[in-house]
Each structure stands twice: as structure tokens, then as C-alpha cells.
Design a protein around this ligand. Structure first.
Ligand code: HEM
Length: 465
């Protein structure tokens, strides 16, 4: 039979070393490697890494196609398997009907009205840090990235479990760091079967998982032992209460464990990194800090704490956060696995053959086709009239489609609160002229940690306790 259908255009493919492909180039300098590809190719490019054929997508249209329009053709990529041992079948990892049911059950807990109940806790954790800083000798540089990690962990802990478990969780942050770092290293492991071998790396990983898991089970069990009439306005309380509309079933301890662990991990590294980058950028852009302070002063005055209502008025603050996550998206890359072949304009991604598809917010957010002066930190990029001119998926710090981050409103609220309160009461300045490099892992961190000179501002803010 003769058809007039055009054959698909071949997708450009990097040569690389046999079997190894581009693994080493990618692993050595992921941002440099991918940025180089973005400069050479305009839509799709394929390369081999860890024995798999990877397709990098470079346009908002294709990101939208994968995440939204044809999302049922895609599952989370193999990279997520690495986290599975820790996160189990939580929202981030699960698929299909199970994921849909869990998402339905968890969604009400993240509704804006429910989140409003968490504002008070976020304010308390932040003012707690302010008091600590005001009572501390801040003469030397402050490791702001570590402070943000502790603060974000405290916020997510309080939001999940109220305040009654803080001492349980003291060492959990360290375990989570071990888990996240091991998971990232495993992405470049040519021999995934070695994950089951008792190497020092896997032993450390398993120990960290066991430690975190035991604490989370203990919290769930102690909550179950409490009388039913005691209600908790926290995320765990919501997740324990919620019932499936069709079956009336509630989550089992195992499901609660998986969801709580997922929220716990997904909800603090990301936010902490976004906050660190914000303080880094503000320290190097005093004009933007000043404009931000004008808004804070106008909306909050010298000593009011943010409320749900005032948070809505903090439009410039929101733009500053959005712009930070444009330049340094915490979830800088994520992947999908195609189930069947798929068409991208004149190109066709063939299955079997193609393995992972990569969507890279870091590249899309700096693409000069969609951003004027993409390398400049300029919150005006997020003026409503500018936003209207861009394709929606040119900016996707929280992903998109049905798997959009469930915690996006939570994260925005938290970042607004922390940013406004700390900027009102403290000055942040660079320690030296050194450029702070981004270090890509599962999230995008400031390499070597972010150190800034922090100084209390006179006559502002909350009283020192
Ligand atoms: C700045 C902060 C954050 C960023 C940049 C971020 C980013 C993301 C992204 C990009 C995804 C989608 C991943 C994919 O499609 O493969 C995601 C999913 C998710 N995030 Fe966030 N996140 C943030 C904060 C939070 C917070 C605070 C929570 C919880 C309190 C949270 C919980 C989750 C969960 C449970 C998922 C899986 C959702 C699903 O697949 O149904 N995240 N996040």
C-alpha cells in the first residue's frame, strides 16, 4: 500500500562512547552538559546514559504534551525507583489508579482553606528563628543554607504533626540528607542490582531509612492511641480522617507512612533551597531588597505577622520568589518513561527503544526564546503582562498537569512568611566576591552551602525574647 504520510524526522542523537554513551559528561557537569545541548538543538536531542536512551525535551510545548495533554502515556522515570525504598508507594512515586485514589484522599489537606490553619505555625517557627538570631553573636558568616534546612524541617514537622514530636525528629534531617544524596548517586550507577549488596553506601542508606521510618510509625501509632475526640488541625490528622468517597475506606498505617514520609521529604529540601537562593540573590541585589522592604512595610508594618489576607497583598514578594525559582528551580529536572511511541511535531519517539524523557525547568527557565535577559535576576519577569506573553510551560517550578506539586500553595505561603519576616528584621550581605555555584542533586543546592553576613536591623520587628 502506498501512503503519502511523511516519515518522521530523525531525532538528533549524540554519539558518545559505546555503552557508556554520555554518562560521564552528564554526571561530571549536568548543568554544563545540558546547557550545551540547549545551545545546539532546538526541540529534542537524544543521548545514552547509564545504558539507557534518553530524550531531552527543550520546548514548553513538549513539556505540556508529556505532563498534561498526553500524560497517560507516561509514568515516572526509573530515577524515581531509587527513592522508592524510602518513599514506598507515596504520592511522588505511585502510578495509575492507586496514585489517583491517594491524590484524591490527600488533596483536601492541601486545600487553601485548610492551609490557612498552618499559617500560625509557620509564623511561630520563623519568629523562633528570629529570636535565636537576635540572641546570637552574628559577627561571623552565617551558614544560611543550613539554617533554612532546619527551619523548613521544623515547619513541615509542625504542619504534619503539630508541635508534639519535635524532639523525636532532631536527627531526622541528617538521615534525610543521607537518603537524598545516596539516591542521586544511584542515578549514575551502571549496575542497579548492586543496590541490594551490603556496600557501605547501601548500609548507611538502609540505616537512615530505618531510623526515619521507625520514628514516623511511632508518631502514627501514638496518634491512633489517642481518644477519637481529640482533633488535630495538622496534615497527619487530615490524612487519618479522610475517607475514600467510593469505598469509605481510610488509609492504612503503611499508606500513612508512605504519604507522611513523602510529604516530609518533598516538603522541606525544596523549600529550604528556594529560600537560600532567595537570600543569596537579595544579598547581591540591594535595589530589589529595598523595593521588597517597601512592600513589607506597607502591608505588614513594623511588627505585624502575616495572615492569609495580607499574604495575598504581598505581590512583589511573590514575584521575588517566583523569579528566584526561575533561576534556581529546586526541582531542576524531572523524568518520565513513555509507555508507547509518541509524536512530537515531525519527530517520533519510538517505544521500544526510547527510555527516559527529560524535562528540565533549569533550561526552560533560562531559554532566551521565552525570556528577555534570561540571566538577570529581575522580578519584573513576573508582572502579569509579562506572564501573559509566555507559554505557560516556559515556567514550571512545580511541574504540571495532574502530577503538579500538591504542596505548591503550602510552599509559597511558607516562603512568603519566612522571607518577609527575615528581610524585615535582618540585612543579608555576601561574605566575599566568590560566585555561588548551583550544585545539582535531586534538588538544586548552593554548592558548599550558602554563607552570608547577617545583621539585625535597628528598630524593626519583633521583640527579642
Ligand atoms: C519550593 C518548593 C517545592 C518545589 C519546587 C516542588 C516541586 C515539585 C515538583 C516539580 C513536583 C512534580 C515532580 C514530577 O512531576 O515528577 C512535585 C511533586 C510533589 N510535591 Fe512538591 N515541591 C515543593 C514543595 C512541596 C511541599 C512543601 C510539599 C508538601 C508539603 C510537596 C509535596 C509534593 C508531593 C507529595 C508531590 C507528588 C505529587 C503527585 O505526584 O501527586 N512539595 N513537587
Amino acid at each position: 500500500m502506498v501512503t503519502d504520510e511523511k516519515p518522521p524526522k530523525p531525532i538528533p542523537k549524540l554519539k558518545g562512547i559505546p555503552f557508556v554513551g554520555s554518562t560521564f559528561d552528564f554526571a561530571r557537569d549536568p548543568l554544563g552538559f545540558l546547557t550545551g545541548l540547549q545551545r545546539q538543538y532546538d526541540r529534542l536531542v537524544q543521548f545514552k546514559a547509564v545504558g539507557r536512551l534518553i530524550t531531552l525535551t527543550l520546548t514548553p510545548e513538549d513539556a505540556k504534551h508529556i505532563l498534561q495533554e498526553n500524560n497517560r502515556n507516561y509514568v515516572k522515570s526509573a530515577a524515581y525507583d531509587v527513592l522508592k525504598m524510602f518513599l514506598g508507594n507515596g504520592l511522588l512515586n505511585s502510578e495509575g489508579d492507586f496514585w489517583r485514589r491517594q491524590r484524591r484522599l490527600a488533596q483536601p489537606a492541601f486545600h487553601k482553606q485548610r492551609l490557612a490553619l498552618l499559617v500560625d505555625g509557620m509564623n511561630r517557627e520563623t519568629t523562633g528563628l528570629i529570636s535565636q538570631w537576635k540572641n546570637r553573636d552574628l559577627t561571623g558568616p552565617t551558614l544560611v543554607s543550613e539554617e533554612m534546612m532546619h527551619l523548613a524541617l521544623a515547619v513541615v514537622t509542625r504542619s504534619l504533626f503539630s508541635s508534639d514530636v519535635k524532639n523525636h525528629l532532631e536527627n531526622v534531617s541528617e538521615s534525610i540528607t543521607i537518603i537524598i544524596q545516596t539516591a542521586y548517586k544511584e542515578l549514575f550507577n551502571f549496575f542497579p542490582f548492586t543496590r541490594n549488596w551490603p556496600t557501605p553506601r547501601t548500609v548507611r542508606y538502609r540505616r537512615a531509612v530505618r531510623k526515619t521510618e521507625a520514628i514516623i510509625y511511632e508518631i502514627i501509632e501514638s496518634r491512633r492511641r489517642q481518644p477519637a475526640e481529640i482533633r488535630h488541625d495538622d496534615l497527619l490528622g487530615m490524612l487519618m480522617e479522610t475517607r475514600d468517597e467510593e469505598t469509605g475506606e481510610q488509609m492504612t498505617n503503611q499508606q500513612l507512612r508512605d504519604e507522611v514520609t513523602t510529604i516530609f521529604m518533598a516538603g522541606h529540601e525544596t523549600t529550604a533551597n528556594a529560600l537560600s537562593w532567595t537570600f543569596h540573590l537579595l544579598a547581591t541585589h540591594p535595589d530589589i531588597t529595598e523595593k521588597l522592604r517597601e512592600e513589607i512595610n506597607r502591608v505588614l508594618g513594623p511588627d505585624n505577622l502575616p495572615t492569609v489576607e495580607t499574604l495575598r497583598e504581598l505581590t512583589y514578594t511573590t514575584q521575588v520568589i517566583q523569579e528566584t525559582m526561575r533561576l534556581y528551580p529546586p526541582a531542576w529536572i524531572f523524568g518520565r518513561q513513555p509507555l508507547h511511541s509518541d509524536q512530537f511535531g515531525d519527530y517520533r519517539v519510538e517505544v521500544p527503544g526510547a527510555d527516559g524523557m527529560l524535562i528540565c525547568p533549569y533550561l526552560l527557565h533560562r531559554d532566551p526564546r521565552y525570556w528577555e535577559n534570561p540571566e538577570t535576576f529581575d522580578p519584573e519577569h513576573f508582572l502579569p503582562e509579562q506572564v501573559k506573553l509566555r507559554p505557560t510551560y516556559a515556567y514550571l517550578p512545580f511541574g504540571g498537569g495532574p502530577r503538579l506539586c500538591i504542596g505548591n500553595n503550602f510552599a509559597m505561603m511558607e516562603m512568603q512568611i519566612v522571607l518577609t519576616l527575615l528581610i524585615r528584621d535582618f540585612d543579608f550581605q555576601p561574605v566575599d566576591q566568590k560566585i555561588v555555584e548551583p550544585e545539582p542533586g535531586i534538588t538544586l543546592r548552593p554548592k558548599g552551602g550558602l554563607r552570608l553576613r547577617v545583621q539585625a536591623r535597628p528598630n524593626t520587628g519583633l521583640p527579642v525574647s
